[in-house]
Ligand binder design. Sequence first.
Ligand code: NAD
Length: 257
Amino acid sequence: MKNKVIIITGAGMGLGYSAAKELASKGANLVLVDYNEKSLIDTKNEIEKDFPEVKIITVLADVSSEEAVKNYVDEAVKTFGRIDGLYNNAGIEGKQASITEYDINIFKKVIDINLMGVYYGMRYVIPVMQKQKFGRIVNVASVGGIRGVLNQTAYVASKHAVSGMTKNAALEFGRDGILTNAIAPGAILTPMVAEAFKQVNPTDPKAAETEYAQRNPTKRLGQPEEVAKLVAFLLSEDNGYISGQTIAIDGGESNIY
Ligand code: NAD
C-alpha cells in the first residue's frame, strides 16, 4: 500500500477508523471523510502520531449529499493527483421496527446514506480510476445485504442494493483495471453495534450482546481490526482477480438458517 491514495468514508469511528489505522500502518496516504468533525480530527491526530510518515487530509462531508461527495473526490485529486482505493464505508442502521411500523423519514434517511452515499462515491471516483486504468473499491454491505434481519427493513434494503451495485460496477469497469467488491460484516463490536444492543435491551445492553454472541459459531463478536485486514487486502494490488463479490466476514454465522 506504500504511497497508494485511499479514501475512507465514515473514518471517524468503528470500521472506518480501524481501516484507516491498518492502511496507514501499510504506508497508504489517506483521505478521511466523515460528517462528525470532532471524531474526524481525532482520527487524523491519532494516526499521525503513530504513523508520521503518512500524508492525511480530512474532508467534512455527509455522504448523502452529492455535492459533498463530489467535493471529497475533488479534494483528493487536488492533493494527491490520483485515487487508488475507495472504502465506501459510511452507513447508519436506522431504527429497529417492523415494516408496517417503520418511520418513513428514517427509512428514507437510511437509503440516502447507505445506498445513495455509496452510489455517489462510485459515480465520482470511478472516472478518476478509469483515467489511471487502476482502482480498487470496497463497498460496505452487511450480512443484512445477504439475508433478512428482523425489524431492520430499511437497512436490509439498502445493503442488498449495495451488494447489487457492487456486481454492476465489477461488470462495467473491470476492463479499466477497477475491481469492486463488497464486504458483509456480521456483528462487529463498533459504536453502531453497541447502540443496536441498547435498542434491543435498554436496561442491560451487555446481556443482549452476550446472548447475540452465543448464536455465532465462534461464540463471540468480530473485532474491527479483523475487518480492516480484509479491507486492506481487497484494496491492494495483492487482490488481482476478485471482483463483484460480497464477502461475508461473520465467523460463519450467515450459514445458519
Ligand atoms: P459506526 O456508527 O461505529 O461508525 C460509522 C461512522 O460513519 C461514524 O464515524 C459516523 O459519523 C460516520 N457516518 C455515518 N453516516 C455518515 C454520513 N452520512 N456521512 C459521513 N459520515 C457518516 O458504524 P460501524 O459499525 O463502523 O459501521 C460502518 C459501516 O459498516 C456501515 O456501513 C455499517 O452499516 C456497516 N456494518 C457494520 C457492522 C457492524 O457489526 N459494526 C455490520 C455490518 C455492516
